[in-house]
Each structure stands twice: as structure tokens, then as C-alpha cells.
Write a protein that binds this ligand. Structure first.
Ligand code: CMP
Length: 140
């Protein structure tokens, strides 16, 4: 498997609890490199655009409000098989179902306040990275 890039978001529940460094340590310990990173606060419209794929879901409005409720840290992670590796490090969407030692199990508070987002495919990773970053901001 070649070197891939994936988009990660450290969500408002995690930035509020000062967990950015602890979460970044999980990525780096697993061999992923943080090749771009910035802290920002999404507007409701930006969150709605980013999560548009979920617009028919019952949780969409709540998700968009939550994701614009406080600072997030958006980042590009690079490494061997990065999309799948990051999903393994994050654990299942619902922290209650995630394996011990994963970010969501150890830090997540609920299925919505689950501390991190990660791209679910290489194709989506490319789109999600382009949503937040220009090529100049990604330094491998
Ligand atoms: P994320 O990886 O950011 O992608 C979509 C998010 O929707 C997901 O993580 C969850 O935090 C959130 N979400 C909220 N409610 C649900 C639900 N019932 N099922 C799946 N995802 C949910």
C-alpha cells in the first residue's frame, strides 16, 4: 500500500478539553505524520457544506450546529495506508462501541461528541483535504 493522505478533524468536544496534543500523540505514535494543521471555527454554513453527504440524516442539523459550536483543528495526516490506519486509531463512530485504546473510546463523550472525524475513503480524503487546505499548506 502506497503513502496516502487523509483528512482529520479534532472536534469541539476535544479542543474544549485541551486534548489536541494528546490526540496528535496517538497519530504520531501510530506512524502518521501531521503534514498540515490549523485551528479554526467553522460557520454553520461551512459545517453544513462539509457534512452535506449526511443532509438526509436525522442527526444532520444537530451535527452541523455542534461542529460550528467551538474551535476545531483540521489536519492532513500522511502515511502508509493512512485512511484505514486513521480509522483504526479513531475507533468506531460511537465511543461505546469503540475498542479500548482508540481515540473515540478513550476521549469521546457520545456518538456526536466523538472527538475526531477521519475520511472514510481515499476519494473522500482528497475532497475533504481540498475543502480546507491549498497545496501550499501541505508540507510532506
Ligand atoms: P464523523 O466521522 O464526523 O461523521 C459524521 C458524524 O455524524 C459522525 O462522526 C458522528 O459524530 C455524527 N453522528 C451523530 N449522530 C449519529 C448517528 N446516529 N449515527 C452516525 N453518526 C452520527
Amino acid at each position: 500500500m502506497a503513502i496516502q493522505k487523509t483528512l482529520s478533524i479534532i472536534k469541539p468536544d476535544a479542543t474544549a478539553r485541551n486534548l489536541t496534543g494528546a490526540i496528535n500523540a496517538r497519530f504520531e505514535q501510530a506512524g502518521l505524520r501531521i503534514v498540515a494543521q490549523k485551528r479554526l471555527r467553522l460557520t454553520l454554513a461551512q459545517a453544513a457544506q462539509f457534512y452535506a453527504v449526511h443532509q438526509e440524516r436525522a442527526f444532520y442539523n444537530s451535527l452541523c450546529e455542534y461542529m460550528s459550536s467551538g474551535p476545531v483543528v483540521v489536519q492532513v495526516l500522511a502515511g502508509e495506508d493512512a485512511v484505514a490506519l486513521n480509522r483504526q486509531i479513531m475507533g468506531a463512530t460511537n465511543p461505546a462501541n469503540a475498542e479500548v485504546g482508540t481515540i473515540r473510546r478513550d476521549f469521546g463523550e457520545s456518538i456526536e461528541h466523538n472527538s475526531v472525524h477521519g475520511s472514510d475513503s481515499e476519494e473522500n480524503a482528497q475532497q475533504e483535504i481540498a475543502f480546507f487546505f491549498s497545496g501550499l499548506e501541505i508540507v510532506e
